[in-house]
Design a protein around this ligand. Structure first.
Ligand SMILES: Nc1ncnc2c1ncn2[C@@H]1O[C@H](COP(=O)(O)OP(=O)(O)OP(=O)(O)O)[C@@H](O)[C@H]1O
Ligand SMILES: [Mg+2]
Length: 252
């Protein structure tokens, strides 16, 4: 394990959980440069809930990955719980993620060779916690899947897999939870069940929540909606001046 000393949070800014400054991401292949995100700025405070919406290809998943330290920006900065991620190595970013971040993917991304229980245990083991199995069982019970603990992902329905991934995401008591279209692959009824569970767990744990969704009904359940288009923020209910400057009239 790497020492955590160099990535300790700055306690002065502890109520700001996520700070994004002038973020830019380009992908280069040969002589082609694709600018996917540019000039992105926002801040989230502890306990905030926020949705990122926008058309397909607008950069939502890219933005979420940068905010969560899964990927590195081309320029600008990401400060997560007081830790500046920009110049950290992949190993250190992985440590920061394990310490503060939960992530939920549209396609669940459970480890196929591990049972439901083992999937939930992974982040706890990485943190070197005790009573890992018991904690993971309690989380599986919380999402209603205690009896399915020894089933592999392929033996579970999509909704059940997403509930396991919720248990896994909350297992390390994240400071901030990122969810990329968490109900995008589920039917309406199952999606609503997962959605309720997501908001309930989030409220109980007091986690900051950032979710990407195409579902405006889901987006409206969060306190703030940031809309991106062509890699730019075009409206932000948490910073209404962006709407005034760019469009003259408020959008959603
Ligand atoms: N690794 C990569 N290399 C090159 N281009 C990429 C890469 N990852 C994403 N892109 C491009 O970046 C743009 C934004 O992609 P992103 O996945 O962030 O969009 P999105 O808003 O999440 O879309 P969707 O709603 O369809 O999920 C797209 O044009 C995509 O093709
Ligand atoms: Mg996406």
């Amino acid at each position: 394990m790497l020492a955590l000393s160099s990535i300790k949070p700055n306690t002065n800014s502890v109520s700001t959980i996520l700070e994004i400054n002038n973020l830019r991401k380009t992908y280069d292949s040969g002589d082609r440069h694709l600018t996917v995100l540019e000039g992105i700025n926002f801040k989230l405070q502890a306990g905030d809930t926020c949705s990122i919406v926008g058309p397909s290809g607008s950069g939502k998943t890219t933005l979420l990955g940068l905010c969560a330290g899964l990927d590195r920006a081309s320029s600008g900065s990401v400060i997560l719980n007081g830790v500046t991620l920009d110049n950290l190595s992949e190993d250190k970013r992985a440590q920061v993620r394990n310490q503060y971040v939960g992530f939920i993917f549209q396609n669940f991304q459970l480890i196929p060779t591990l049972t439901a229980l083992e999937n939930v245990m992974v982040p706890l083991e990485l943190r070197g916690e005790r009573n890992v199995q018991q904690q993971a069982m309690e989380l599986l019970a919380r999402v209603g899947l205690a009896e399915r603990h020894d089933h592999y992902p392929t033996q579970l329905s999509g909704g059940e897999q997403q509930r396991v991934s919720l248990a896994r995401a909350f297992s390390n008591r994240p400071t901030i939870l990122f969810a990329d279209e968490p109900t995008g692959n589920l039917d309406e009824e199952t999606g609503e069940k997962v959605e309720r569970l997501l908001f309930d767990l989030n409220r109980e744990a007091g986690t900051t929540l950032v979710l990407v969704t195409h579902d405006l009904e889901l987006a409206e359940k969060t306190q703030r909606i940031i809309r991106i288009k062509g890699g730019h923020v075009v409206s932000d209910t948490g910073a209404p001046e962006i709407v005034q400057q760019q469009n003259g009239a408020p959008q959603l």
